[in-house]
Design a protein around this ligand. Sequence first.
Ligand SMILES: CC/C=C\C/C=C\C[C@@H](O)/C=C/C=C/C=C\[C@@H](O)CCCC(=O)O
Ligand SMILES: [Zn+2]
Length: 609
Amino acid sequence: MASGKRLSPNDPGSYSLPEKVAINHIDIELAADFKNKKLKGLVDLNFTKIDENCDHIILDNLDLNIISVINKDDGSSLEFTIGDSLKVFGSKIEIKLPFTKKGVIRITYETSKTASALQWLTPEQTLGKVYPYLFSQCQPAHARSMLPCQDTPSLKSTYTAKITAPKPLTVLMSAIPVEVTDNGETRTFFFQQTVPVQSYLIALAIGNLVSRTLSPISKIWSESEEIEKAAYEFKQIPELLKTAEQVCGPYVWKIYDLLVMPPSFPFGGMENPCLTFVTPTLLAGDRSLVNVVAHEIAHSWTGNLVTNCNFEHFWMNEGFTVYVERKIVGAMHGENLREFAALGGLEDLKQSVITLGADNPLTKLVVDLSGIDPDDAFSTCPYEKGHTFLFYLEKLFGTSEFEAFFKSYIDKFKYKSVGTEDFKSYLLSYFHENDVTSQIDWDLWLYTCGMPPIIPSYNKYYEDKCDSLLNRWEKWDGTDSPFNKSDLVEFQTAQTIQFLALLLKSNSFNLHKLKIMQEVYDFNSNGNCEILLRWLRICAKFKWSEQLELIFKFINSTGRMKYVRPLYRDLYSWEEVRTRAIENFEKNKMSLMYVCRHTVAKDLHLRDQ
Ligand SMILES: CC/C=C\C/C=C\C[C@@H](O)/C=C/C=C/C=C\[C@@H](O)CCCC(=O)O
Ligand SMILES: [Zn+2]
């Protein structure tokens, strides 16, 4: 963790000052060296001085080996210094600029073997077992370990890239693929991103990949072993895109491809433009987790087009995106299912507030991240508290009025980075301050810890069945089981998930009932990871030691933090198995991505900050 200071006035996590000199376009030229686990090459940074008197630019850097910095226009060297390095945030590179208002800086460099944005997999860690794999995850502040840049979401740049990789590997990026050239043993892939994007959206994946076409603008990518499963699971993408456009306006990114990542990918999905990355844990076989894809598609507007100006306003990316995700669900499957999803989110939020503590400042909608590693600040709060606020506003103004406002908000701020105040003042001017707007207690919503101040009364159409099944189990005296498999026959997957979420916090349960539940419903064999997560957490809560093998098997099968972190925390709280949990982590941690390793180490009290 860093020192407690803000690295710059507008972004606590970035040294850069794009308000003085801005990089508006980046050309990347890199070769992947799998043997040494390094990217090697150069970036050309096209700068424009906003403050014409400014004679230097500050870039973010994390563990990069900077080889040279030149003025591309005349080839002359540019003086530069590298500051002291902070953990997580790295150091600043200060480069003396030429006198011109605009210019191009060429930086030749290579990444470190331990670059936090990159995960290099050995062939054994892939499905095919023959070729290595590389992928990146730059959000929130890891792009600086992949390239020297102004690593703040307050700045957007277009980019091109030429990436060279050994044959037969395919390179994909968060951009439009333009062409591929054959160099003998290697191939070079050319990309173009013509919509300006923030640094955390620069993404790269290299592997032995194949694709299936879903529509003229959408392909699914994965290793060949799971491509059919993936194409089946995500077949609804064209429909999701069409529905999202109805909610948000025109899709500007031209293509929407999706790449199924290796298991160690730390998130459900990452909204890399033109190419969403998703965890293979979504491959449930029944399309039941497609809401994560709806979420990533929604980011094409909220997050990628209208962007939080720094991660203190992360709710403006994620709360808005959950709101759009559920509007898509509502448009496709009805309002009842939309509101049921909101109830599920509310349960996740309750768990998160319990884990963090109801007085934890990180449960506020707008947080202070001075000196705080944003990866450590990450939780469900910006997602679900943010969604609750927007749902509340929708009900306050009326659905069709708010829908029109929402579209106009996106149109007004597209291609820009915004803070919470921008949203607030636009809403107040759009609705003209009046009796309705005066009901909104902004400070309470934005700056108060814990659960949202108002919980909307979501309709209980789907929830009631979950409640009543749970009720039956809670009231049962434990003899002559009246339960059977058919209890769940009419349940949607989301209802089973919610049933288990409610059971997780029940105080009227015991291990005996849990064992009967396993006999009746056989959750142990369920292929849906959302079900398995909640079920195994319940087993840990009741210290069911025969389930430990399965818990470890699940933890070791994925690097998705949503699953791994709560289970490790549960095992840590279970004193008898704490040592075993730590040993398991130590043994397997190097196959996890940096962010997962780093945050689980904290969960297991293996690091202080
Ligand atoms: C108040 C929070 C402040 C800062 C956090 C900012 C970034 C956190 C960082 O850890 C990156 C997050 C990237 C998230 C990507 C995808 C998520 O939507 C996935 C959600 C969890 C999951 O489904 O696995
Ligand atoms: Zn998201």
